[in-house]
Design a protein around this ligand. Structure first.
Ligand code: ZN
Length: 289
């Protein structure tokens, strides 16, 4: 069933868990994620990042995401991830997305604040909820295919004082915080500062904190972050990588001279991605493994 970001985060708050938020820039990941969530009976967020537009247009995958969410047996929020322009956010809202993230983290504070306020006003017209970001994760949501990743010296941790003012002035429903995580494939083991999460929660009357870039984060650190107040965890790169590895393995099983079918390759990928996301979902839902 289709629910808003605010509603799904309320479930997370009640259960003291985080909801996994997975990118679906193809049909296989979409089916793997909803199928996995139904098998485990956990709420789930499916999301589409603006930077994945060259892979598949939002206008193509967006309506399918909304339809699949409506048909699902578990609560599903359809969310726009890292929206960089207000017109793109509007496009997602018109398709029936129930959550949008405005990412103005690379802009000066005042501009981020003003644009986030505009995003909140836009979302209010359709009843959708809004996530925004303060601080910087060092590099943008790039995910797979980005070979330009470098050690990120531009990481700026979220300032709890500023978060208090930002949340109050914008009226957002969730705040993406930077506390040591990185997008994409991890290069050095992340060192997380859970006090950032705890202090942001304290100053903001318990705003649901969103964790981006779980790459390289241990199971124990995920659980510590959730205990500190993380209620949404974005997860993509390692799911996508598991699909890629399964495809490569499948291809190697085809004997020379035998036909290789694309449909068989993507089935292997979907199966692997489902197993990968189920494991992540169990961690985020604080389930025994
Ligand atoms: Zn992100």
């Amino acid at each position: 069933m289709l629910v808003t970001l605010k509603e799904i985060l309320e479930i997370a708050e009640e259960r003291k868990i985080a909801v996994g938020s997975f990118n679906t820039p193809n049909l296989e990941s979409l089916l793997a994620i909803i199928g996995g969530a139904e098998e485990l009976n956990v709420p789930v967020i499916i999301q589409f990042a603006q930077c994945h537009e060259p892979w598949i247009p939002l206008s193509v995958i967006g309506p399918i995401m909304v339809e699949q969410a409506k048909k699902a047996k578990v609560p599903v929020c359809v969310h726009l991830d890292h929206g960089e322009t207000l017109s793109y956010l509007q496009q997602a809202l018109e398709l029936g997305f129930t959550g949008i993230m405005y990412d103005g983290s690379v802009l000066p504070y005042q501009e981020n604040l003003e644009n986030t306020k505009a995003a909140v006003a836009m979302a209010a017209r359709t009843g959708a909820s809004v996530e925004a970001e303060l601080g910087s994760m060092g590099r943008r949501e790039s995910g797979a295919g980005d070979k330009t990743v470098q050690a990120d010296e531009t990481k700026i941790y979220t300032d709890p004082d500023l978060a208090e003012e930002f949340v109050e002035e914008t009226g957002i429903d969730a705040l993406a915080c930077s506390f040591g995580t990185t997008h994409g494939i991890y290069l050095t083991k992340p060192k997380l500062d859970f006090d950032v999460v705890r202090n942001v929660r304290k100053r903001t009357n318990g705003i649901p904190v969103v964790m981006h870039g779980g790459s390289g984060v241990s199971r124990e650190d995920f659980r510590e972050a959730i205990r500190a107040g993380v209620r949404k965890v974005n997860y993509f790169t390692y799911m996508d990588k598991s699909g890629g590895s399964a495809s490569a393995e499948y291809i190697q099983t085809v004997k020379p001279g035998e036909p290789l079918f694309f449909s068989s390759v993507i089935q292997a990928a979907e199966k692997a991605m489902k197993e990968n996301v189920k494991e992540a979902m169990m961690i985020f839902a604080m389930m025994e493994m």
